[in-house]
Design a protein around this ligand. Structure first.
Ligand code: ACO
Length: 333
């Protein structure tokens, strides 16, 4: 039994916001943002759009592309840090209902920007264990609603969007050379000692919203950018070669590395440190900024639509983010 990605797709909000637009509200510039991050645009959800709306659109497209009806979905996993509601109900349950996936279980997954990678590995294990034949794995975020729009250190970095993959059971999927296709292996890691480096301090049960003493910035995303940068470079530079070696592959076997799109400079530094050519990494942060758990499925969708993913290609995803978490998936397309 194998777990293969049958289709990928995404949902991108129409509103496209340029770096220039920030100069009206903040002391910043297109030059600073682009040279420090690689970002030029981000897409911003409409006021009436929540992550479940974007996730639903991505799931509908994915199922229609694979010609799988909603009632054949066994499980819906939504990776998100910006759920429609705090804690419950899950985004996945809202999607399950609106999709009409009557036989599906549904749950959200909190692993920060590594969420989609954790989701693919969870789906693979459900499929290989016989618990599910069709799993929708989604990354969906509306980060524009949790950033502090007065903090130039953070608000310029993030965008909204969703991406989804249908992971299905296959008895013996092989490429033209007879090699097994699908999700081959993953590495999942965490280090909670860095939990404070990326957090949203208020609103959980440790520090509930207090209308009497409301500190607006505590309800927003907070980040120690420099520390996160250092962590991310190390995670990618060491993590990708380790994941490949553990599965008997070298970098020359890999057609594409699809990293979490947080900052071009992180990828450049990691590529240099690991001595992996930058051309191996697929980058689209310029258009979407950091969409957290949605960034990797959005990138896969774009690559697929450009014809960059050919059957038999070995693809390595790699993510890092809040938790701290990091990890990657190895898949034969
Ligand atoms: N415009 C203009 N100036 C700015 C801006 C801005 N948007 N943001 C920060 N600056 C200023 C700072 O205030 C600082 O000024 P000062 O020296 O007067 O204090 C100066 O620029 C330099 O600040 P640094 O923090 O040293 O800038 P750096 O080059 O490190 O870039 C950045 C900051 C882009 C945040 C970088 O540290 C980074 O990419 N960190 C990782 C962020 C990340 O990837 N987060 C998400 C990962 S996990 C997840 O996806 C949830």
């Amino acid at each position: 039994m194998q777990a293969v990605i049958r289709s990928v797709d995404c949902a991108i909000p129409q509103r496209r916001m340029s770096n220039e637009e920030f100069t009206a509200i903040l002391d910043t510039s297109d030059e600073w943002i682009h040279s420090h991050t690689g970002i030029r645009y981000r897409h911003i959800a409409d006021p009436d759009q929540a992550p479940s709306d974007l996730a639903l659109e991505a799931c509908q497209k994915v199922l229609s592309r694979a010609a799988v009806p909603p009632d054949e979905v066994d499980l819906i996993l939504v990776a998100t840090a910006t759920g429609d509601y705090l804690g419950f109900p899950s985004v996945a349950c809202i999607v399950q209902d609106r999709l009409g996936a009557k036989r599906a279980g549904a749950m959200d997954l909190a692993a920060g920007c590594t969420g989609f990678i954790y989701g693919l590995e969870t789906a693979r294990n459900f499929v290989l264990g016989g618990g599910a034949r069709n799993v929708l794995v989604v990354g969906a975020e509306v980060l524009s609603r949790i950033v502090d729009w007065q903090d130039r250190n953070t608000c310029v970095l993030f965008g909204d969007g969703a991406g989804a993959a249908l992971v299905s059971a296959s008895e013996d999927a092989r490429d033209g050379s007879g090699r097994p296709r699908g999700l081959l292996a993953s590495v999942l890691r965490a280090d909670g000692s860095g939990a404070h480096l990326l957090e949203r301090p208020m609103g959980g049960t440790r520090a509930p919203f207090d209308p009497e003493n409301f500190d607006r910035t505590s309800a927003c995303l907070r980040m120690d950018g420099r520390q996160v940068y250092n962590f991310a470079v190390k995670a990618i530079a060491e993590g990708i070669p380790e994941m490949l070696a553990a599965n008997g592959f070298g970098i020359d076997d890999v057609a594409w590395i699809v990293p979490h799109q947080a900052n071009v400079r992180i990828i450049e530094a990691a590529a240099k440190r690991a001595k992996i050519p930058l051309e191996k990494y697929y980058l689209n942060i310029e258009e979407y900024a950091n969409t957290s758990a949605a960034s990797i499925p959005i990138a896969l969708t774009e690559m697929d639509s450009k014809g960059l993913l050919r059957e038999g290609d070995l693809v390595a995803t790699f993510g890092f983010g809040a938790g701290l978490t990091w990890g990657g998936n190895l898949l034969r397309w």
